[in-house]
Design a protein around this ligand. Structure first.
Ligand code: NAD
Ligand code: IPM
Ligand code: MN
Length: 341
């Protein structure tokens, strides 16, 4: 039977990078695609970023492929108005996707496309393991005329399961990133990670790094890192920073996984409203997210490798979208990858 993939193009450049990704997937197997409105597009049609129907469709699927949501049309400081991003958070929570994997491995063809010097980034191969359904993103929010608050809370169970993901993914070292010199949640984080390490993963090296120092180390010596384990918001910020090691935020894919049920696969970047509608968005992070869907979502490892190799060969042959310093548009980029598949 065909694998059922729910596709959520979303907003901005989302609807530009989704169609070539589906074309790529069609070349690789028998997939059934079921598209749903999501984010701002769903707010416009239904008044909410994530309808019950869309959530139910995602639950029924074998995997979810998301492009991006958000944009100035729905930006508001009014807490009572719906926001596209609520759809994304609702889906992550609704599907129990607590583990977000963001691999950062610059391709040799792009060593000189990064704003960081080649000798700094050469050989970097790290994984950001970001906790995705807890922390300050999901705590209670308050707002009055003159004050506001966002609660950051974690349980030891939430910390232990994401830490286990990181230890299992690590080759030799886990760098657990926190702010234990200030935050109580970070002190619990550090304790739970250390205990799990001693109990189940003594063969893996563990270091604790404060998040401000980690942000610096990431650009000063990215090869230092194997697996970065961190909480929701730190992981959000550090992964955008880490994206520049690969040349562009337009290169970084991600997988969001739970303990059972379908995973969700999406590029790390957003809807890029500043370039939407121009046909110049880099589709490679989206293609590489489709590769993660094949590998982690459908256990189609060789098909995943085929996509990754095609991306690499297209870049070797000179493909460069504007974010990488070139002049190729989305369509040209998609064609170049398909030719190398
Ligand atoms: P962004 O990632 O959308 O864009 C940041 C910068 O990177 C922009 O200059 C943009 O043009 C560029 N960029 C991003 N993706 C690119 C691509 N594929 N090719 C070429 N250039 C690319 O971040 P932002 O501008 O801060 O956010 C815009 C909107 O996207 C916001 O509403 C935000 O909430 C949302 N967002 C959504 C997701 C998601 O859906 N997963 C992720 C991040 C941000
Ligand atoms: C990401 C995005 C989201 C996040 C936003 C759009 C809610 O920035 O996936 O990195 O902060 O998790
Ligand atoms: Mn982000």
């Amino acid at each position: 039977m065909a694998h059922l993939i729910v596709t959520l193009p979303g907003d901005g450049i989302g609807p530009e990078i989704m169609p070539p990704t589906l074309e790529l997937l069609r070349r690789l197997g028998d997939f059934e695609f079921e598209e749903h409105l999501f984010g701002g597009a769903s707010i416009d049609a239904h008044g909410t970023a994530l309808t019950d129907e869309t959530l139910a469709a995602c639950r029924r699927s074998d995997a979810v492929l998301l492009a991006a949501v958000g944009g100035p049309k729905w930006d508001t400081t009014d807490p009572h108005k719906p926001r596209p991003e609520q759809g994304l958070l609702g889906l992550r929570r609704g599907l129990g996707l607590y583990a977000n994997l963001r691999p950062v491995k610059p391709l040799p063809a792009l060593y000189d496309a990064s704003p960081l010097r080649r000798e700094r980034i050469e050989g970097t191969d790290l994984l950001v393991v970001r906790e995705l359904t807890g922390g300050i993103y999901f705590g209670e929010k308050t707002r009055t005329e003159t004050s506001a608050s966002d609660l950051c809370s974690y349980t030891s169970e939430e910390i232990e399961r994401i830490a286990r993901t990181a230890f299992e993914a690590a080759r030799s070292k886990v760098s657990s990133v926190d702010k234990a010199n200030v935050l109580e949640t970070s002190r619990l984080w550090r304790q739970v990670v250390s205990e799990l390490h001693a109990r189940e993963f003594p063969q893996i090296e563990l270091e604790h790094v404060l998040v401000d120092n980690a942000a610096m180390q990431l650009v000063a010596s990215p090869r230092h890192f194997d697996t970065i384990l961190t909480e929701n918001m730190f992981g959000d910020i550090l992964s955008d920073e880490a994206a520049m090691i690969t040349g562009s935020i337009g290169m970084l894919p991600s997988a969001s996984l739970g303990s059972d049920g379908p995973g969700m696969f999406e590029p790390v970047h957003g809807s890029a409203p500043d370039i939407a509608g121009q046909g110049v968005a880099n589709p490679l992070a989206m293609f590489l997210s489709a590769a993660m869907l094949l590998r982690h979502g459908l256990s189609l490892a060789s098909e995943a490798t085929a996509v990754e190799s095609a991306v690499e060969r297209a870049l070797d042959a000179g493909l460069r979208t504007p974010d990488l310093g070139g002049g190729d548009g989305t369509e040209r980029a998609a064609k170049a990858v398909l030719e190398n598949l």
